[in-house]
Design a protein around this ligand. Structure first.
Ligand code: GRF
Length: 196
């Protein structure tokens, strides 16, 4: 059974889908803890499933590295096989990434390498692309630059605004994240071989 720590910053709908998927014993993975950089609404999903939570806020530390070391200690306490960033909106410094990669994955709401960063949906709309999507990738020390694991396309509609487009992306994103974690648990995806 693959054990997972999920990190979130917001509403946690991707986390909720993963928690629901883990209810099926055939899924092959369980979420052992959920962490956040803030008192995120999404932590309530973990609590509802009886999964422990932790919050490590960067504002309580004098450097990003000190923050990340404490975040890492909280993650490592649960000895996960995999750490999933599911809407975790802080950039993680090298000390955190190097300790966990390649067993550290992120879901991002664009077809990378297009539109990395915190405003992927807005940037896709501004660029007037006709399709965007979601990419799940291994986290490396860059921003949304790590090796791709899976991606899916979502059309941009003529009257889309940022909220509507992001909600449609998230429908696809939740499914892709669940399927990807399932494949990692089943060893159909081997993360170390993606990192060269
Ligand atoms: C997702 O689209 C994620 O890729 C992005 O923020 C969104 C988080 O959604 N970075 P949720 O908190 O899982 O609902």
């Amino acid at each position: 059974m693959l054990s997972i720590v999920v990190l979130i910053s917001g509403s946690g709908s991707n986390l909720k889908s993963l928690l629901e998927a883990t209810e099926n014993p055939l899924f092959g993975a369980k979420i052992v803890a959920v962490g956040s950089d803030n008192a995120a609404d999404g932590l309530a999903h973990a609590e509802r499933f009886g999964v422990p939570t932790f919050v490590v806020s960067p504002g309580s530390f004098d450097t990003r590295e000190n923050w990340a070391n404490v975040l890492l200690a909280n993650v490592n306490h649960f000895r996960p096989d995999l750490v999933v960033l599911a809407g975790f909106m802080k950039i993680l410094p090298a000390n955190f990434v190097s300790a966990l990669t390649p067993n550290l994955i992120n879901t991002h709401p664009s077809l990378l390498p297009a539109f990395p960063g915190a405003h992927a949906v807005r940037d896709a709309l501004d660029a007037k692309v006709t399709e965007t999507g979601v990419t799940i990738h291994v986290v490396d020390e860059g921003v949304d630059t790590g090796p791709h694991i899976a991606s899916a396309t979502v059309p941009v509609l003529a009257d889309d605004n940022e909220h509507d487009l992001h909600e449609r992306i998230k429908v696809v994103e939740r499914e892709l994240l669940v399927a990807t974690v399932k494949d990692i648990a089943a060893k159909k995806i081997h993360l170390p071989s993606l990192v060269k």
